[in-house]
Ligand binder design. Structure first.
Ligand code: ADP
Length: 161
């Protein structure tokens, strides 16, 4: 039977840290849905369609990865997809408490959907979408931290502002 995973996040924008988690999930699960969650972020730089489009471009070489969005509860989305697992990335201790809370709540809502954590590679442990945006906003070099299409998209965003 196909094993299905959901990789949720804001992805504003997707970084090489996220991408590494998606690739590793795609090596283990038969189908992976990268889902742009459209509920918690107040002032995103990229709208949902832009974020989905960027994710599609950078995952185009991964045939078992699909890109989607959701504005409801993650657990409802996971049920809709008949997912076996939710996959999250872990960077540091600072991620742990938040992830523990979310995981416990998701288990309360549906104990059949397991949450799996993949530890980030060392070189991405300091990397977040917000720090990438901050550095890019002031013209810093983020090469190697995000795919090239993301570098370009960030430059376009900040030049057009
Ligand atoms: P959220 O707003 O839910 O934290 P993000 O888009 O920031 O969503 O992150 C989505 C997932 O990717 C989370 O599990 C987060 O811990 C993980 N993640 C973010 N940055 C990295 C990174 N550099 N390395 C590994 N995982 C990461």
């Amino acid at each position: 039977m196909n094993k299905i995973a959901v990789v949720p996040g804001s992805f504003d924008p997707i970084t090489n840290g996220h991408l590494d988690i998606v690739k590793r999930a795609a090596d283990i699960f038969d189908e992976v849905y990268v889902v742009v969650m459209n509920n918690s972020m107040k002032n995103p730089l990229f709208n949902v369609d832009e974020r989905m489009d960027l994710i599609s471009q950078v995952t185009s070489g991964m045939p078992n990865v699909k890109v989607d969005s959701s504005s409801g509860l993650l657990i409802d989305y996971a049920k809709k997809r008949k997912a076996d697992a939710i996959v999250r990335g872990l960077r540091a201790i600072s991620d742990f408490e938040y992830e523990m809370q979310i995981t416990s709540m998701n288990r309360f809502l549906d104990e059949h959907i397991e949450t799996f954590f993949i530890m980030t590679k060392n070189q991405y442990s300091f990397l977040s979408s917000s720090i990438v945006k901050e550095v890019s906003r002031y013209g810093g070099d983020i090469h190697g931290l995000v795919p090239e299409v993301i570098e370009t998209a960030l430059k376009e965003k900040f030049n057009s502002k």
